[in-house]
Design a protein around this ligand. Structure first.
Ligand SMILES: [Zn+2]
Ligand SMILES: [Zn+2]
Ligand SMILES: [Zn+2]
Length: 109
């Protein structure tokens, strides 16, 4: 008579070998559709209203298409837009760049 050996595999535990914790970001996961059209293509909306053009980089809001300047710029209108509207995900509006950023989770995706 054969004994059925209970193998360790019966109680396999998933040990985490990857990055310790990956914060789930619903916003980045949800923002898969086509990007909205830029409201002010190639320029920061608020800087243009101020008649200034001394931003460093531009970011586009993936909720409404607002284009704002980055945190290396004097006015940081992209971050200001998030704080005012709660729109969490932006994409780089720089030529050749397509990375996205979730302000809420401070996560790139
Ligand atoms: Zn997020
Ligand atoms: Zn600006
Ligand atoms: Zn927006």
């Amino acid at each position: 008579m054969k004994r059925v050996l209970r193998r360790a595999a019966d109680r396999i535990r998933v040990e985490s070998t990857g990055p310790a914790t990956v914060a789930p970001c619903d916003e980045l996961a949800a923002a898969t559709g086509p990007d909205p059209e830029a409201r002010t293509p190639g320029v920061c909306e608020e800087c243009t209203e101020l008649d200034e053009q001394n931003w460093a980089h531009l970011r586009i809001c993936l909720t409404c298409g607002h284009v704002g300047c980055c945190d290396s710029s004097p006015h940081r209108h992209a971050t200001a837009h998030f704080e005012q509207t709660g729109h969490p995900v932006m994409r780089s509006h720089e030529p050749g760049e397509s990375w996205r950023w979730c302000y809420r989770h401070a996560e790139m995706g």
